[in-house]
Write a protein that binds this ligand. Structure first.
Ligand code: FAD
Ligand code: SIN
Length: 542
């Protein structure tokens, strides 16, 4: 089947829906999303959205400085300034559609603190900020007469003039092939503007805070049509996820440390109990790593925990909150309190066992300041009619490490900038008749008899990425990883080109490509900076 739409938005998280809502005022918007409309990383965001709202105590300059410091100054300064300065207007738009950020008794915003920030500037809705934003955006889009959200619709590949050999000079995106998970049918969508808003790729790792949708589809789709990708070696590991036997990697928000939570090894904790002292911070291993102690940036904290666990052979460290007011903890973090309780940890009575897990992809599809996707073969040019926004994109905001709560912010700012820029294509719509668009020929493919092999391949990739391409890397580990990934990629490619498509196969093809790109980028980087750490660089730098 062939369909035509004004704007094709791939992904229904904060980035895709923010774009869709605005573009809907100018034409028909089709949002395709591979699960239910709310299922996204956005929906699980806890901490909040960083914005300078309290101009008496905070300033744009301070937010800019914190973003640059966290990013080890590898950030694009112009992008940092733009995002920070445009932030309040974009956040006000979220409030206008019904997001009720928490307020104090005097009516001002209840601003939270997180690692790497020097001011309280995180707007939040208890510890369920993302769910509140996602709900408001889905509601607003559902009410919009020009916006249609199609669930269980999975984009397989983008269609471009180059791929169709219609033009070899200029490159234009014409839409995408969309797989309907229920019927197994594949439709061709033709659009004046296509927007990749597919989120991150945490599922490439065995332990991750990300939901199952985060398989790097957008990075892979963009790469396959010749888009430039960048900074993929910068994978952010969140330092604190709940340790339990099932390793669910449930996030314990950084805001918990912002409220005074303290990291201790098991032996730090025992010493603290024996000492009878009342200041737990004195016992934290974190003071040996950073003057900010437990509130250091994530890269520092995750590496410190990794180091301590390797030294001690322990399976987790503790996040200690027992010196904080119990009622405040329950009220401020109801979701964390209730979820930990389900896993047998009462955070008002015992310290929380925590471990790091893959959390956020700092790199991604390279875009310019308007979210347009840059060409790999010619970085001075873009692929026309194609935008990438949200976690899938790399705008240069984060540099070598993302400052906490800057991701939701980047998504709304870039959704807006892309929306404004994309309007130029409406004056000049795609002229190709719908009947001339290619159809996916499913007849030549065989049914897969052993789907279980796809699951095994996925498990193998996730495990090897965790072991060989984790928080601390080495040349030897990266070489091992690439050899194994190359073998797996051959097998997966054989499946892809010979068998009938299903969801697992589409994802697996993306996962293996993105995993390989992460390893290749890691091999290329010869300096330890921000999130990136290779012990061989350490030896060379000494
Ligand atoms: P997502 O919200 O992940 O949405 C991606 C969408 O794309 C989904 O709808 C998905 O189904 C769809 N999709 C993917 N592939 C396809 C495909 N092939 N075809 C069709 N649809 C597809 N950031 C902050 O700033 N503050 C926080 O407090 C915070 N907390 C976090 C807590 C957790 C547990 C996690 C996982 C992340 C957190 N982050 C936080 C990061 C932030 O939530 C994400 O970076 C951000 O939500 C990404 O938004 P997005 O719209 O780009 O992608
Ligand atoms: C958290 O709440 O710790 C997550 C914040 C983020 O990823 O920005």
């Amino acid at each position: 089947m062939r369909r035509r739409t004004g704007f094709l938005v791939i992904g229904s998280g904060i980035a895709g829906l923010s774009f869709a809502l605005k573009a809907g005022n100018h034409g028909k918007v089709t949002v395709v999303t591979k699960k239910s409309s709310v299922e996204s990383s956005t929906n699980y965001a806890q901490g909040g959205i960083a914005t300078v709202m309290d101009v008496e105590h905070d300033s744009f300059e301070s937010h800019i400085k914190d973003t640059l410091e966290a990013g080890a100054y590898l950030n694009d300064l112009d992008v940092v300034e733009t995002v920070v300065r445009e932030a309040p207007d974009r956040v006000k738009e979220l409030i206008d559609i019904g997001v009720e950020f928490e307020k104090t008794e005097n009516g001002s915003f209840d601003l939270a603190m997180e690692g790497g920030h020097h001011q309280r500037r995180i707007l939040h809705v208890a510890d369920l900020t993302g769910a509140a934003i996602e709900r408001a955006l889905v509601n607003a889009c559902e009410k919009h007469p020009n916006v249609t959200i199609i669930e269980n619709a999975m984009s397989i590949d983008l269609i471009t003039t180059r791929k169709l050999r219609l033009s070899l000079e200029e490159d234009e995106c014409l839409g995408a092939y969309i797989f309907d998970k229920k019927s197994g049918k594949i439709s061709t969508y033709l659009a004046n503007v296509t927007v990749l808003a597919t989120g991150g790729c945490g599922q490439i790792y065995l332990y991750t805070t990300n939901p199952s949708i985060s398989t790097g589809d957008g990075i892979a789709m963009a790469y396959r049509i010749g888009a430039k990708v960048r900074d993929l070696e910068f994978v952010q590991f969140h330092p604190t996820t709940l340790y339990d036997q099932e390793r669910v990697a449930f996030l314990i928000s950084e805001a918990v440390r912002g409220e005074g939570g303290i990291l201790m090894t098991i032996s730090n904790y025992e010493e603290f109990l024996e000492s009878g002292e009342d200041d737990p911070e004195k016992f934290s291993f974190m003071k040996d790593y950073d003057e900010r102690g437990s509130l250091a940036t994530r890269d520092v904290v995750a590496r410190a925990i990794d180091r301590e666990l390797k030294k001690s052979g322990d399976r987790y460290v503790y996040l200690y909150l027992l010196h904080l007011d119990k009622e405040h903890v329950k009220e401020r973090f109801p979701h964390i309190y209730n979820t930990c309780l389900k896993y047998g940890v009462d955070i008002t009575k015992q310290p929380i066992p925590v471990v790091p897990a893959a959390h956020y992809m700092v790199g991604g599809v390279a875009v310019n300041k308007n979210g347009q996707v840059i060409r790999r073969d010619d970085p001075n040019h873009v692929i026309n009619r194609l935008y990438a926004i949200g976690e899938v994109a790399c705008t240069g905001l984060h540099g070598a490490n993302r400052l906490a709560s800057n991701s939701l912010l980047e998504s709304v700012v870039f959704a807006h900038r892309s929306y404004l820029d994309s309007l130029k294509y409406l004056e000049n719509p795609v002229e190709i008749p719908l009947e001339e668009m290619p159809l996916w020929d499913a007849s030549k493919y065989k049914p897969i008899d052993e789907k279980v092999l796809l699951k095994h391949d996925f498990d193998e990739i996730r495990r090897l990425m965790w072991v060989y391409v984790g928080i601390v890397r080495s040349g030897l580990r990266l070489q091992r990883a690439i050899r194994r990934l190359n073998l797996l990629e051959e097998d997966i490619s054989h499946y892809y080109w010979n068998y009938i498509l299903n969801e697992d196969l589409i994802e697996l093809r993306n996962v293996i490509l993105v995993a390989r790109l992460i390893v290749e980028a890691s091999i290329q980087r010869k300096q330890n900076i921000g999130l990136f750490y290779n012990i061989d660089n350490e030896k060379r730098e000494k």
